[in-house]
Design a protein around this ligand. Structure first.
Ligand SMILES: C[S@@+](CC[C@H](N)C(=O)[O-])C[C@H]1O[C@@H](n2cnc3c(N)ncnc32)[C@H](O)[C@@H]1O
Length: 393
């Protein structure tokens, strides 16, 4: 472990790292941690052009298909390739978390903390032209940015986005194939059907939606009762559906067969594993760090939120499905402690070995089968990953 006294980090943050067994030198190593990008599938032939444009050689990440590393000082956000939707800015550890889900065509996937959407885009690229992805996030402005990203990368076709509380979200996937037609409700529908989504919604409709939001907040209606659909693609299963059917919640019993095949709970956290995030506090001020990171993890509310998100994501998973829990924090309280507590209360949850990790530059977490990425070990941003399956009751 590097001598923490040589670090420019404030004393309170260093004590926080020490209490959580985190090596402070990861924040110093960050200057040499590469940036990563993911190539839009189908753009492989354009690598040389992209390299010429961003004036740097892309190094293939051998352990993660479609990913390339580049020096940390190279910015891609203003490049034509990025603006044209040929490349994504996403850390390799985040890509690893998505690949742990083994998404295959036909899967119905739930992303319970979806915004701003780098992982959601990767899921949609992996999904191809069957199945669906449902993205949920409690922050409307962040989910709106996610919608913009879907449109930029032309990925919205099989996706629907809900502003909702992931701890209580209860909508099942819309399975439209014959295999699971029995999962659909058969009650009479008399209400309006969803037409194709358009960003140019008529003024009257927008006014109605704004009014509904206002009424909701006045009546303190929780978002679980009223998840707000802010985007749906042509083949997301929503077009042609009645509101009754879309908003029909499912019982725990029904979920075992009609639930999601794959669930990602990329939970809200203190982001302390993201060195770039921590470095921003140099500008924002260390008192902000005290409030947003150090105090946040000391209060029970954040870890309770994480546990509730994991519980609800698991509730919506079908039997035999896979759930990945990840955070970009490296504290034990937000990771292994959550996993332990969750396993204690869920006999149908089983931690799964992440076999791909044998080839990955990461470490085991404090619980066997869980993974930790960090800048020193992995040359990536910090990330904790655990994978579960649901056993039949
Ligand atoms: C780590 S970020 C997710 C990053 C995202 N998966 C990606 O790859 O871009 C955590 C997200 O959780 C959202 N969040 C916080 N509380 C939530 C809740 N109760 N329900 C749903 N989302 C929540 C935050 O708004 C934030 O966008």
């Amino acid at each position: 472990m590097e001598d923490p006294s040589k670090s420019p980090l404030p004393e309170a943050f260093l004590s926080f790292l020490q209490a959580n067994g985190i090596d402070p030198s990861i924040y110093i190593a960050s200057d040499s941690t590469p940036r990563y990008l993911r190539l839009k599938p189908g753009s492989e032939a354009e690598i040389e052009g992209i390299e010429a444009e961003i004036k740097c050689k892309l190094e293939k990440v051998n352990w993660l298909p479609g990913f390339y590393s580049l020096p940390p000082d190279i910015l891609i956000a203003n490049s034509k390739s990025y603006l044209d939707g040929k490349i994504y800015g996403i850390d390799a550890a985040s890509g690893a978390a998505v690949s742990v889900l083994n998404i295959s065509p036909g899967d119905h996937v739930l992303d319970l903390c979806a915004a701003p959407g780098a992982k959601l885009c990767m899921m949609l690229d992996l999904l191809g032209d069957s199945g669906s992805v449902t993205g949920v996030d409690v922050a409307r402005h962040r989910l709106a940015a996610c919608r913009t990203m879907l449109q930029k990368y032309s990925l919205g076709d099989r996706c629907r986005l809900f502003v909702a509380d992931g701890t209580t979200f209860s909508l099942a996937p819309l399975r439209v194939d014959s295999r699971s037609r029995s999962c659909e409700s058969s009650f009479e529908e008399k209400d309006e059907r969803f037409r194709e989504w358009t960003s140019r919604r008529p003024w009257k409709e927008r006014k109605r939606a704004a009014k509904a939001r206002e009424t909701m907040s006045l009546q303190s209606v929780t978002m679980s009762e009223n998840p707000e659909l802010i985007f749906y693609g042509r083949h997301s299963g929503v077009v042609g559906l009645s509101k009754n059917k879309l908003y029909k919640t499912v019982s725990d019993l029904e979920v075992s067969s009609c639930g999601y095949d794959k669930v990602l709970v990329d939970a809200e956290c203190t982001h302390d594993g993201s060195v770039k995030h921590i470095q921003k506090f140099e500008n924002w001020g260390w008192t902000t760090l005290q409030r947003r990171v150090l105090d946040a993890v000391r209060t029970d509310s954040l870890t309770l939120l994480q546990l509730k998100l994991l519980r609800n994501g698991f509730r919506l998973l079908k039997v035999g499905g896979l759930l990945v829990y990840s955070t970009c924090s490296l504290t034990v309280a937000q990771n292994e402690d959550i996993v332990e507590q969750f396993l204690k209360e869920n006999t149908s949850a089983e931690l799964q070995e992440i076999n791909e990790a044998e080839e990955w530059p990461c470490k085991s977490g404090r619980i066997p089968k869980t993974l930790r990425f960090d800048p020193l070990t992995s040359q990536t941003s910090g990330l904790f990953v655990a994978k579960f399956t649901k056993l039949a009751a």
